[in-house]
Design a protein around this ligand. Structure first.
Ligand SMILES: Nc1ccn([C@@H]2O[C@H](COP(=O)(O)OP(=O)(O)O)[C@@H](O)[C@H]2O)c(=O)n1
Ligand SMILES: [Ca+2]
Length: 554
């Protein structure tokens, strides 16, 4: 079929069809008249030809008529089409940006080894890849306690220091998906045990560190170094950990002080309103857009294991043998070498100790006398500052709430003193210390005797350190919270250390989410409405001449 349109005559000449001799279509304004000259067509096929022709004419006619009547018609349609396209892009982009966190979770991992004086622990942390800078997002997913003693005890067979970590590092390989191994950072931080070994023999402490370094490098993880962290760092990172886990930084709430008791050192860290007089005790952080001036001090040799050596050395120098120790249970008796006490770098410089080789350590079980003996390892007599804790160390008065973790928790939890007042704790501890050793052993058959024997001393030491040393008076005692974990993650310096080294706590508050939920919903609804209106408008512009014409034809 051939259709010819003549603008001049407003006529369409349509050639002949299968059964049509001729077709002539004529348009007068919006009325289309068609003449069919047919010889053998059915009514149906004539109708079909008419519709076909009608559609063609309408299509051509609309464009012609629109051009003629409204020269802006075409640009308007293009403009509306662009608007619709932009609207769709805006809707999709808003939805993508807003719903980004709803994408499938992609976890990242980090490993920190806490090489303490008494033992090494391996912590595995996990966080969502997209939420690295949101506080509270990093969680501990695994803890492995390395069998045996701390790495500083391998001074006479340094190569074994690295190998001791094998079991826990194999566990780490199992815990972390293989495809993340290469990008998972591994940090080893050694604390007071290695600080003491470095003091005694720097080259041996270097060899121990090289041994663990060499071993850790045999793993597929991203090795980030093995080093001895300073006492300030240990205190500061412990403080960061407890406040990060409590969400105090993100919510700009008052922070919590941190009390960490190890085997060879102890740390106290808190925000003080008072001026920190000694620069070495002052640290400054800017976290999430807020400034923190923090007081911290680490007492080397005042971890509970070294404090026990200090107390025994003190008693050995001033008492007759056998040593009747009020910090051990009545009936307790143990043969010891003087060397086991005097060899510590914390104790050396006590000439009176060298006169004996061995001694019998006998328990006398008396809380009050134990307190007096423990007090003697602290020096309260000299202070060059406005105020001191002990040993001439500046300390402002304790302020706010405190989290007391590590051995503070282990000991106080064992003694069931975590929720007692100071007075109740002293009373209960006095009773515990005077309980005969045989009875204690019977009550706790599964605890190793070496550890069991020391709880009386450790409890008295903790109370003395907190009350006499740091000046936590009876009314401030309730502000100390003995904690092991916060929300499943251990309280300790390791998490803070990793957060700092991976820059996961920004100095400035991260940008607010792209839109608050209400804003997001409003924008989406408004854009959708606008699109619907534009679509209707567009349809109308495309359709109205045709719609009008069809009315006339029908
Ligand atoms: N379950 C446990 C684990 C450790 N501890 C003690 O907690 C202390 C941990 O000290 P650490 O090995 O971290 O030593 P530092 O290097 O921190 O001084 C040691 O005195 C351990 O004996 C405990 O009393 N109960
Ligand atoms: Ca520790």
């Amino acid at each position: 079929m051939q259709i010819i349109y003549s603008d001049q005559f407003s006529q369409w000449y349509v050639g002949t069809g299968e059964c049509l001799d001729s077709i002539v279509a004529k348009r007068q304004q919006s009325v289309l008249s068609v003449n069919f000259a047919t010889s053998s067509c059915s009514v149906r096929s004539v109708q079909a030809r008419f519709v076909e022709l009608w559609l063609y004419v309408i299509q051509r006619d609309i464009t012609a008529e629109m051009k003629e009547k409204n020269p802006w018609h075409r640009p308007l349609i293009i403009f509306i089409a662009i608007l619709i396209a932009l609207g769709i892009i805006a809707l999709v982009a808003t939805a993508v940006v807003q719903n980004k966190p709803l994408q499938p979770q992609k976890y990242k991992y980090g490993i920190v080894l806490d090489a303490g004086s008494s033992h090494t622990a391996v912590y595995i942390y996990r966080w969502q890849a997209e939420k690295e800078n949101n506080t509270g997002m990093v969680q501990q997913i695994h803890e492995c306690d390395v069998k045996g003693k701390g790495i500083s005890s391998y001074s006479s067979s340094v190569e074994r220091a690295g190998l001791s970590l094998r079991e826990c590092m194999e566990e780490a390989k199992e815990e972390i998906p293989i495809w993340r191994h290469r990008e998972t950072p591994v940090y080893l931080g050694a604390t007071a045990g290695m600080r003491l070994l470095r003091k005694e023999n720097a080259s041996v402490s270097d060899q121990v560190l090289s041994s663990v370094e060499g071993f850790l490098q045999t793993y597929p993880f991203l090795y980030q170094g093995a080093r001895i962290i300073s006492g300030q760092e240990e205190g500061a990172y412990g403080w960061i950990t407890v406040n990060y886990l409590s969400d105090n930084f993100h919510k700009a709430r008052a922070t919590m002080g941190a009390l960490d008791l190890g085997g060879a050192s102890t740390q106290i860290t808190f925000v003080s309103q008072q001026q920190v007089e000694s620069p070495e005790n002052s640290i400054y952080f800017r976290l999430y857009g807020k400034d923190y001036h923090v007081y911290t001090h680490s007492f080397l040799c005042y971890g509970k294991d070294q404090a026990l050596k200090l107390a025994m050395a003190q008693q050995l120098q001033t008492s007759d043998l056998p040593l009747r120790d009020p910090c051990f249970h009545p009936g307790y008796s143990q043969e010891r070498t003087v060397e086991s006490v005097s060899s510590s770098p914390c104790v050396s410089g006590s000439p009176a100790l060298s006169s004996h080789a061995n001694f019998t350590h006998v328990g006398a079980g008396n809380g009050t006398l134990c307190h007096s003996a423990v007090r003697r390892i602290f020096n309260f007599s000299h202070c060059e500052w406005g105020r001191c804790s002990f040993n001439g160390v500046f300390q402002p008065p304790v302020e706010g709430q405190f989290g007391a973790f590590s051995a503070f928790y282990f000991v106080m939890n064992f003694l069931n003193l975590t929720s007692d007042t100071l007075e109740e704790s002293k009373e209960k501890l006095g009773q515990y210390c005077s309980t005969p050793w045989a009875e204690i052993k019977q009550s706790y058959p599964h605890i190793k005797e070496k550890y069991l024997a020391e709880y009386c001393f450790s409890g008295v030491y903790i109370l003395t350190l907190l009350e006499d040393g740091y000046s936590f008076t009876s009314d401030k005692w309730k502000d100390i919270h003995f904690i092991k974990k916060i929300g499943g993650s251990a309280a300790g310096w390791t998490l803070g250390y990793m957060l700092n080294l991976t820059n996961m706590i920004p100095a400035e508050a991260p940008d607010a989410p792209p839109l608050p939920h209400a804003g997001y919903v409003t924008i989406m609804v408004l854009f959708s409405l606008l699109l619907v209106v534009l679509l209707l408008l567009c349809l109308k512009l495309f359709c109205w001449p045709a719609c009008t014409r069809s009315k006339h034809i029908i």
